[in-house]
Design a protein around this ligand. Structure first.
Ligand SMILES: O=C1O[C@H](COP(=O)(O)O)[C@@H](O)[C@H](O)[C@H]1O
Length: 242
């Protein structure tokens, strides 16, 4: 059963990225002792991408068998596959030095792949099937959004597991997102949150706000919910949480 969120405080955004990369490598190696292919949902965002770059550089020398890691995405911008805005493109470029098994890499469909937005979300739902993530990584926007679930927006209270998102408050307007239903089936959820512009949202997410107003507040892993956070983003947290 999940305990409350665990706050892991770091000095700077770079420290969070380094810590995320190191934690991911060590947890994956640990999981691989008992699990043939750990299932990981990746996030987009600047800090996560830095962590992927670190893993791309150092990951080969870790104990992880990268051919036995399945990669999924928590959300995606519905743009062309070669668009630099794609979360998957950014992550896979960074991770390209690793010997991943491409059959275990599951990017969300891109615009121009032959599917409309709704069909693309349905196709990803079917591909996901009954997979539950061992680790789900999440960023958080300054407005408290997670994946592409935005506050007070239809995405924050949509039904289903994988949803099409239109009129996203953050560009690009069309996206695909997992819902909290799927995210919260993950054994472990790891937030990576940095910067002073996230401080107010972090405080709200960790002090009982509603998930429609602050989607990050509705996230809870089955076993663990970690917040890898820098001092700037943690500046408004109640002292008892740190
Ligand atoms: O649009 C998105 O933004 C969030 C947060 O990004 P960050 O750069 O502020 O960390 C990210 O979690 C999400 O995957 C992405 O699509």
């Amino acid at each position: 059963m999940s305990a409350g969120p665990e706050i892991l405080l770091h000095g700077s955004a770079d420290d969070v990225a380094e810590a995320l990369a190191a934690r991911l490598a060590s947890r994956l190696a640990e999981l691989q002792r008992d699990t043939p292919t750990p299932q990981v949902a990746l996030t987009g965002g600047r800090i996560a991408t830095k962590a992927y770059q670190r893993l791309g550089l150092d990951g080969r020398s870790s104990a992880v068998d990268w051919s036995r890691v399945a990669l999924w995405w928590g959300d995606e911008r519905f743009v062309a596959a070669d668009d630099g805005d794609r979360n998957a493109r950014q992550a896979l470029t960074a991770l390209s030095p690793l010997p991943l098994n491409l059959e275990q890499v599951h990017p969300m469909p891109a615009a121009g792949d032959g599917l409309e937005l709704d069909e693309a979300a349905e196709a990803y739902d079917a591909e996901l099937g009954d997979v539950r993530f061992d680790i789900c990584l999440l960023g958080m926007g300054p407005d408290g959004h997670v994946a592409s679930l935005f506050p007070e927006h239809p995405s924050s209270h949509a039904e289903g597991r994988v949803i099409p998102v239109r009129s996203s408050p953050k560009p690009p307007p069309e996206r695909i997102s997992l819902t909290l239903e799927v995210i919260n089936q993950s054994a472990e959820v790891w937030f990576c949150v940095t910067g002073a512009d996230k401080a107010a949202a972090a405080r709200l997410a960790l002090s009982g706000a509603g998930p429609i107003q602050v989607p990050a507040a509705g996230v809870q892993g089955r076993d663990r919910t970690l917040w890898l956070i820098d001092r700037a983003a943690a500046a408004e947290l109640p002292p008892n949480l740190i």
